[in-house]
Write a protein that binds this ligand. Structure first.
Ligand SMILES: [Zn+2]
Ligand SMILES: [Zn+2]
Length: 83
């Protein structure tokens, strides 16, 4: 008869320290998490890209949107509807 010894599993206590979200700009505690596209969190007053010198490339995104819109519309041809 083999007696299976139950080895007490060492429960690794994961230190679940909830990191309090703080604004990267003013270090203010965030009640609601606002996350910018640059993966940083800011308070409502610093969420604006201009307020925290955002590193996200908005220009590129903007250009891509414009490009897409042009593709949808087609080449800008002078469309004149003759009455
Ligand atoms: Zn802030
Ligand atoms: Zn940002």
């Amino acid at each position: 008869m083999e007696q299976k010894q139950q080895q007490p599993q060492q429960q690794q206590q994961q230190q679940q320290q909830r990191q309090k979200q703080r604004c990267e700009k003013c270090n203010k505690k965030l009640i609601i998490e606002y996350k910018c596209k640059c993966e940083k969190q800011f308070c409502i007053s610093h969420l604006n890209a201009e307020e925290h010198s955002c590193t996200f490339n908005y220009k590129q995104q903007y250009q891509e949107i414009i490009k897409k819109q042009i593709d949808d519309i087609g080449p800008l041809s002078t469309k004149v509807d003759k009455i």
